[in-house]
Design a protein around this ligand. Sequence first.
Ligand SMILES: NC(=O)c1ccc[n+]([C@@H]2O[C@H](COP(=O)([O-])OP(=O)(O)OC[C@H]3O[C@@H](n4cnc5c(N)ncnc54)[C@H](O)[C@@H]3O)[C@@H](O)[C@H]2O)c1
Length: 546
Amino acid sequence: LAGVATDRSVVLIGFMGAGKSTVARELGRALDVEALDSDALLEQRLGHSIAREFELHGEESFRAAEEELVCELLAQAGRDGRGERFARVIALGGGSILSSRVRAALAGHLTVFLDVDPEVAWARLHSSRQRPLARDRDAFFALAAQRRELYEELADAFVPGPGADGDSAEIVGGVLHAVGVLARAPVGTRLVWASAAGGEYPVLVGRGLVTRAGEELAGVWPLDPQRSRPFCVTDEMVGALYGERLQALGPLVGTLAIGAGESHKTLQSAERVWRELAARGMTRSDHVVALGGGVVGDLAGFCAATYQRGLPVVHVPSTLVAQVDSAFGGKTGVDLPEAKNYVGAYHQPAGVIVDPELLRSLPEAELAAGWVEVLKTALIAGGTLWERVSTDAMPASFAAADEWTILECLRTKLTVVAEDERDGGRRQVLNLGHTVGHAIETATGYARYRHGEAVGLGLLAALRLSGAQELRERVRELLQARGLPTSLGDARVTTGEIVAASARDKKRLGEGPVPFVLIDGPGRVRIGCPVDEAALEAAVVELMSR
Ligand SMILES: NC(=O)c1ccc[n+]([C@@H]2O[C@H](COP(=O)([O-])OP(=O)(O)OC[C@H]3O[C@@H](n4cnc5c(N)ncnc54)[C@H](O)[C@@H]3O)[C@@H](O)[C@H]2O)c1
């Protein structure tokens, strides 16, 4: 990180057990700057351990001393805001951000949230008995949930904390990448470090990253456009609106615009892309840019996965579906007339650039359809996301696209994918509503419903199969309030056709029944649930009635 000197520091925040002290030390070495640890400095100042301070004077006295010290550290470090060289790395005690003075003092520094799974943190800490707040399991988990929102609010970068093995090398790599990119990014840009078995990559979220596309775009681009030539795949609509913005990267090798919409997510379109890549002489050192919605992302990702057995792809999602869901996690593919997403590959992106401003030109009906993926994610995640989505706190119109919701949804998806990239278990939760949803899309020839609209109907079927009638009614109301279909009344499709298409779902193994994802309540999703044909038929019949 050579560059201009700055007084700005990299500040690590996160719950106890996230490994902040170790990461700070290693980061300090890598950046060649001083690394400080507020807990250790406080113990020096107090002349005894934090545990002892709790015993002698209680938590309140500890918090007051901590606030004083952390504010001093952050003030000394200054607040010049930009630049590629950092003054120091500071690991903050997990609870220090409870102080509004500390939160205010963080402004101008680069704040990295090390996001540790509370189960891992508990396993790391409780046996040592050195942490006064890690003695009671329930209190520990409640505290983790309570603080999470504050960490999220303050974070410029989100990096997954240690796994059960406690290895910090990957974390340090992620933080180094994050601070390197954010140092060059427009102010207000946030970075999520995505990590899955198939690869790690940065996700940048920032208003204007693409729509205002200045020189900064090349600076934050995940690959060096001088060394790896970009080829853009888009659709006719998005290409006409935003294709030119990518010129900020330097000259593109070429652009190919497919027709807009699901009916173009085909092998024929893939062949066009492959042949165009070949005609342009693209090699594996070059990369594909997928500029568009989920259709472009799935198709371009698939072409990138297969052309010369794989070249990198950078996603620039332009619909709500793509910004909250499809651009992440590496599932790529095309539809067959027989069934949806039947041919494809897992191929993690080299990076994702999310500019919520792109949604301004998205037609209302597409926003509404995309909102169904938000609703699905909220049902899976439960907690604050569900509370916000289900109480309609989120604007029906995304004209002022809600960045918090986009971030929350994409982080939920990335967390699930990190646990299970290839759909062997946990990732299946993401298919909530999709078995019947995909069947509806296939049975209606990919032309009657938008993907999100079909998933909305699929959610209603899944809720009925789950016996969650009250929740089904709430979801139905939410869909209806956005003008989304809640019945198949006029779709010219039979129950039998949908049931038959459901049976061809890719999740089915051998001759066995299609395993369903069912839900007991927000945040409580079950995978691999057998459903008998009569129950499925009844759920589809319910959708048939207006
Ligand atoms: N890979 C995954 O994990 C995953 C997850 C969810 C959905 N998907 C797939 O995503 C697809 C649906 O994606 P979608 O809903 O984004 O559909 P889409 O890509 O067809 O886009 C919808 C429409 O909006 C237009 N559009 C896109 N961006 C625009 C913008 N900024 N301004 C104006 N118009 C714009 C497009 O031209 C298109 O007509 C489905 O094929 C689904 O299977 C994949």
